[in-house]
Design a protein. Structure first.
Length: 404
C-alpha cells in the first residue's frame, strides 16, 4: 500500500524556519513511515523501516542507479566510498581503515587522547576569562578542524581556504532546483573541484616521502589490497576532511546547547566526568549532527512497510526522526543520559556506518567535560540560537554564552 504524504510536512522540515525544532514535524512525518513525494521520491522516517533499509543490499549509494539524475550530484568528481556500493565500497573503506583504526592501527584514536585534551585546554584558556563567548566560533569549530588537519596532513594555516569550499559544498547538498538559485549548485560544483585540486597538490608532495599523516600513508601504501588510485585518495581525503570536522562541530555545539538547557544534567557531568560516555550516546540520539541522508537509490524494487519502492527511485532517509521514534525509544523527546539500549541512528547504520564515529565520540567527550569544568556558570544568550542553513548537517551557526 503506497501513501502520498502531504508534501508540506517535508517542505516545512527543509525550510530554515523549522531548523531550531524540526522534531514535531518528524512526528507528523512518522504517521506515514514510507511517504511517496510529488517528485516520485520516497521519504522513510520510522526507526524499524530505517534500520531495515540501511541493511538492505538492494539499497544503493551510487548515483548511477537513480533513474532520474539529481542536479546536486551532477558534475562531481570521482565519488568517495560513501557514494559507491560493494565490492568497490568495501575495498576503498578497507584501504582507508588500514591507517585509521583496527585491526592495523588499533591505538590511533585512543592514543590521541592526550593531544586532544591539550588542544581543548588551550582553546579554553583563550576564552575562560571572557564574559561572552561563542561556543561555535571560539571552540566547537577550531577544535575538530585542528584535529582532522593533523590526522590528514593538511596545513592548519590553509583552513581559511578550504573553509569557503566546504561551506559551498555543504550548502549545495540539499539543492532544490525549484526554489534555489542555480548559483548555489554552481558554487558547490566549483568548490568541489577546487578542493580536489588542492588535495591533489598535497598528495603529489607526499608521494615517495615518509610521514605519519593519513594522506602520506595512503600515497605510499602497497598493502594486500594494492594502492588506491590518486583520484581515489583525493576523494577519500575530501570525504574525511569535510566529515571529519563538520559533524563534530555540530555534535559539540548541540551537546553544549542541550546541557545548558538541562542544568541538572550539566551539574551531574561536572560532578561525575564518567557520565560523559552515555551522555554523548544520548546526544547522538537526541540532537544528532546529521539529520538526513538526502538520497539513496533502489537497485531493484524494494518493499518497505508494505510500500513498493520502484527500481531507480530516490530514497530520503530521515535518521533524526528514527532516533525519536516512540515505537523504539521510551519517552523519546526527553534527554536522558541514563537511557538503556540506546541503539540510535546518530552515525547511521549498516555498511556506511560513520567511518570517524570513534574519533567524533572521543573529541566530544573530552570537549564537553572540559567545557563544563572550566566555564563559570555559563548561560545561553539566545535560545534558540541561530542555526546553519543545512537541514542535513543541523546545528547552531553561533552559540553565544555568557559567563559570570
Amino acid at each position: 500500500m503506497t501513501t502520498t504524504e502531504t508534501p508540506d510536512t517535508l517542505h516545512r522540515i527543509l525550510d530554515h524556519s523549522s531548523r531550531a525544532d524540526p522534531y514535531p514535524l518528524y512526528a507528523e512525518l512518522r504517521k506515514t513511515p514510507v511517504a511517496l513525494q510529488e517528485d516520485g521520491s520516497y521519504v522513510i522516517s520510522t526507526y524499524r523501516e530505517l534500520t531495515g533499509i540501511l541493511h538492505d543490499p538492494h539499497l544503493s549509494s551510487d548515483v548511477r542507479n537513480l533513474s532520474r539524475p539529481m542536479a546536486a550530484l551532477e558534475g562531481r568528481t570521482t565519488p568517495s566510498f560513501i557514494n559507491v556500493d560493494p565490492p568497490e565500497h568495501d575495498r576503498l573503506r578497507r584501504l582507508a581503515m588500514r591507517h585509521f583504526g583496527p585491526p592495523h592501527t588499533p591505538g590511533l584514536v585512543t592514543g590521541m587522547e592526550p593531544d586532544l585534551t591539550a588542544i581543548v585546554r588551550g582553546l579554553i584558556d583563550g576564552i575562560a576569562d571572557k564574559q561572552q563567548i561563542d561556543i561555535v566560533d571560539d571552540f566547537a569549530y577550531p577544535f575538530p578542524v585542528t584535529v582532522i588537519c593533523h590526522l590528514l596532513g593538511v596545513p592548519r594555516e590553509d583552513e581559511p581556504r578550504f573553509h569557503l569550499w566546504v561551506n559551498a559544498i555543504i550548502d549545495s547538498i540539499d539543492y532544490n532546483p525549484k526554489t534555489d538559485p542555480k548559483e548555489k549548485l554552481d558554487n558547490g560544483v566549483q568548490a568541489t573541484k577546487d578542493l580536489h585540486q588542492y588535495l591533489g597538490g598535497l598528495l603529489e608532495q607526499r608521494q615517495g616521502r615518509p610521514g605519519d599523516d593519513l594522506l602520506t600513508r595512503l600515497a605510499n601504501d602497497d598493502g594486500p589490497d594494492g594502492r588506491m588510485t590518486d583520484e581515489e585518495i583525493v576523494s577519500t581525503a575530501n570525504l574525511l576532511l569535510i566529515a571529519g570536522h563538520e559533524t563534530t562541530v555540530n555534535l559539540i555545539a548541540n551537546g553544549m546547547l542541550t546541557l545548558l538547557r538541562h542544568p541538572q544534567v550539566l551539574q551531574r557531568l561536572r560532578d561525575d566526568p564518567e557520565l560523559v560516555v552515555p551522555l554523548v550516546e544520548e546526544l547522538l540520539r537526541y540532537e544528532p549532527p546529521v539529520h538526513i541522508i538526502p538520497w539513496r537509490a533502489a537497485y531493484s524494487d524494494i518493499t518497505v512497510a508494505d510500500t513498493v519502492i520502484p527500481k531507480g527511485s530516490q530514497i530520503m532517509l530521515m535518521l533524526a526522526s528514527g532516533s525519536r521514534d516512540p515505537d523504539r525509544f521510551d519517552d523519546p523527546d526527553r534527554f536522558d543520559p541514563d537511557r538503556q539500549d540506546n541503539q540510535h541512528l546518530g552515525f547511521g547504520s549498516g555498511i556506511h556506518l560513520c567511518f570517524g564515529g570513534p574519533m567524533a565520540r572521543l573529541e566530544t567527550q573530552i570537549a564537553l567535560n572540559e567545557l563544563v569544568r572550566r566555564l563559570d556558570r555559563p548561560q545561553l544568550v539566545a535560545d534558540p540560537p541561530p542555526y546553519r542553513p543545512s537541514p542535513v548537517l543541523r546545528g547552531p551557526i553561533h552559540l553565544p554564552v555568557e559567563q559570570s
